[in-house]
Design a protein around this ligand. Sequence first.
Ligand SMILES: [Zn+2]
Length: 169
Amino acid sequence: MEWIFSPNFEPRPGGPSDVTSIIFHHTGSDNGDGTISWFQNPNSRVSAHYVVDRDAQITNMVDTNDRAWHAGISELNGRSNVNDFSIGIEIVNPDGNWSPYTEAQYQSLEWLTQDLLNKYPSITHITGHEDVALPKGRKSDPGDLFDWNRIREAAYGANPNVFPVVGAV
Ligand SMILES: [Zn+2]
């Protein structure tokens, strides 16, 4: 894992103990370095905690205890401002509705999911941007080709005390 700083973050209003979800995204591009540069640019006003490239490389850009800017206007389980209480993971893919994710990416995501569940037993939901973005239909990532079963199995193999909802909510 590599650390490349993004200036686009702020403290979580509820602090680190408020981390209760993980949100998956596709980047909308095949160019991982381009996404990383965009998140490094203070003018973009966007970021994610992690970027997972096609070759499995994980880049950590915002401390998970802080609030990254990935979900926009959003709601999960009746609670708005999903960025406040989520960890955002951007997966490099032009569009997960027609472009498959790589095996290397799934392996990185499985590892990352387990690592985060062990670090934050407070996590109750792992879902996609498409499921939390408002208004409904505004976003379609990570898309129909994303295999939630891979993440579900990884999650249930992590902390035995944690059984998050995985996939659509
Ligand atoms: Zn997204």
